[in-house]
Design a protein around this ligand. Sequence first.
Ligand code: ADP
Ligand code: MG
Length: 441
Amino acid sequence: VWQEALHFIQGKVPKQVYDTWFTPVHLDRIEDSTAHIGVPNKFFGEWLGTHYGPLLSEAVSAARGGGEVTVSFLVDQKSAKAQDHAAVVSVAKTVAQTKSRRGIQLNPKYIFKNFVVGAGNQFAHAACMAVAEQPGKAYNPLFIYGGVGLGKTHLLNAIGNHVAERTDLRIAYLTTEQFTNEVINSIRYDKMMDLRKRYRHIDMLMIDDIQFLAGKERTQEEFFHTFNALYEGHKQIVLSSDRFPKDMPDIEERLRSRFEWGLIADLQPPDVETRIAILRKKSEDEGIQLPEDVIQYLSTTLKSNIRELEGSLVRLGAFASLTGQKITLEMAKTVLRDLIGDKKKIVAMEDIQDVVCTQFHVKINELKSRRRSKTLVHPRQIAMYLCRELTDASYPEIGRHFGGKDHTTIIHACRQVAKAKDADPAMQTTLEKLKEQILRG
Ligand code: ADP
Ligand code: MG
């Protein structure tokens, strides 16, 4: 029934409307004559109901061969996922459509020109520029590392696009997953020699998210030989990873040490000026009118991930254009509620403590104890700081979760960590990593 209803709808609305509002929803069930439609969030359901409620009833009714149908909306996980998926698919499509003429799978949108440079990415950007200007001569290998959504893929593609435009070098850009699949297929079809030959005739090899080599012994082995052949031929190698080579325990030592042979450049989360600059640039490029208070709101709320920043902008823009309204602060808060709001709610202090304990190899009861050895104070303060940052809990509440400590102890801990974070980029990275782990669940 649902498929038919969708088909009906497809024939009645523009494609953009269909993709945005109908691909993320699904028919949960029909009860009496009410169709219960699963939607990603409450706001989505309200909007869909007001604008396309009658169309939905009509479509379901037609699909069932007639009769009155009313629609009602319920929020569920499945459509929240579908909504994310729809976004991913649309990106994947643009990538597929834009294969370069030499068959390299580069995303033409990721170029140096639209990469905003700020304190956190200046170094990595400069290193990538140098490599793009003189592949094989500047730094080899170039190893870019940084957290999720900070621009690794963008920079790798920018190098590729730059080189492809100016030279005839043979470039291969692929994800570690693609490389792994090629190795697996070559083994299965007994085509290992072909694979080796192919990679050894490349002038520049770029592999994205190399951390996914962890635990894949055969692929590591193959990559090791490819690496050596290219390196000895003075061919450029560029790798990206979400962690530092030393922090990749499931990668063979001989590979890990090779990752450190050239230059390692890190991407740090953007500071507030960079976040504002990115929003300004992207809204301009996309022709989205973003008032100053919305820029302030987004740049102070979405801190650690440029992809989220960009995603929220796209969503706001789509919403504004579909509803024909101007973007306001109030609209931004409603449209992005689930993106921004949920993070605080779902994190439990216990989860934070668990992640911190695992990271620093201490026990929960030690973390909550009053012992003041340095190995305990450090993780304890970090855990307290993260509780403050990731939950809505008050200082006394946090104190209660740490074996009944006074709120002044928590305030002190938060200050200490904040200070350390400002003074020490390594601390910043540690905190970001922990946060990511906690939010991932
Ligand atoms: P990663 O590969 O590190 O997870 P991506 O390269 O996919 O991150 O970046 C996520 C999104 O943010 C991309 O759309 C990218 O274009 C954008 N982005 C990241 N850094 C910047 C930047 N400095 N300036 C402009 N856009 C950026
Ligand atoms: Mg990436």
